[in-house]
Design a protein around this ligand. Structure first.
Ligand code: HEM
Length: 192
């Protein structure tokens, strides 16, 4: 197995262990699909209204890109309710993670938007299914989202470091040491 594949597998293993994502989450989402699929339009609108309203996130997009982005997010949202193979789903998310990294979508943007998605989905789930079942459905959705965001964050980290290492010839362990040293300096400057 190539080094990058092994590192991806390790990352996946850690992320899914920490979030607790399993096929049971996708099975529950599938049961909730008749209701949840009706929330897609609201979710997509909220998502892009938020991103286009804030200058740093709006700057990621090109003019006139919004309809295409709304369409791909709507298709992705629908796809969450028909997953039969967690591993295949995660490999597909790796492609999506790389698209984000290429467009400089920072990790904090992903985390912030995952939270917005979670809150809206959760409010709708509780309204549709009641507090108990609504929470179960919402927790399943959360585990999916956190895994997807975790994958992107891990990818950003691993790729940034390996790209820097390849470009400079400096070993990743040495880069790690530079980072720690930089943290010490930043801490001094920031918190003094
Ligand atoms: C939880 C957070 C997010 C999820 C689940 C998500 C999901 C997606 C999906 C499914 C696609 C389509 C991939 C495809 O073509 O099949 C996409 C593309 C894209 N997303 Fe996101 N996204 C998230 C956050 C963000 C944020 C915060 C930004 C910008 C600030 C962003 C910017 C983009 C851009 C620019 C593309 C197009 C990439 C390309 O094809 O060049 N996304 N996203």
């Amino acid at each position: 197995m190539s080094k990058i594949k092994q590192s991806f597998e390790d990352g996946l293993n850690t992320i899914t262990t920490l979030t607790g994502l399993t096929q049971a989450d996708f099975d529950l989402l599938r049961q909730a699909a008749p209701q949840a699929l009706q929330w897609g339009d609201d979710i997509v609108k909220m998502f892009y209204d938020t991103l286009y309203e804030h200058p740093r996130t709006a700057a990621v997009f090109e003019d006139s890109e919004r309809p295409a982005r709304e369409q791909t997010l709507a298709v992705w949202y629908q796809s969450l309710f028909e997953v039969n193979d967690v591993n295949q789903f995660l490999y597909n998310q790796a492609r999506i993670a790389l698209l984000h990294i290429r467009r400089h979508v920072h990790n904090e943007f992903m985390v912030g938007m995952a939270n917005k998605l979670r809150l809206l989905f959760s409010a709708k789930a509780v309204e549709a299914f009641g507090p108990e079942e609504g929470l179960n459905v919402s927790n399943a959705f959360s585990r999916v989202l956190d895994t997807v965001v975790g994958l992107t964050a891990e990818g950003y980290d691993v790729l940034s470091k390996s790209a820097l290492s390849r470009a400079t010839g400096v070993q990743e362990t040495v880069i790690d040491k530079f980072i720690i040293r930089a943290v010490d300096e930043v801490e001094q400057e920031l918190l003094g």
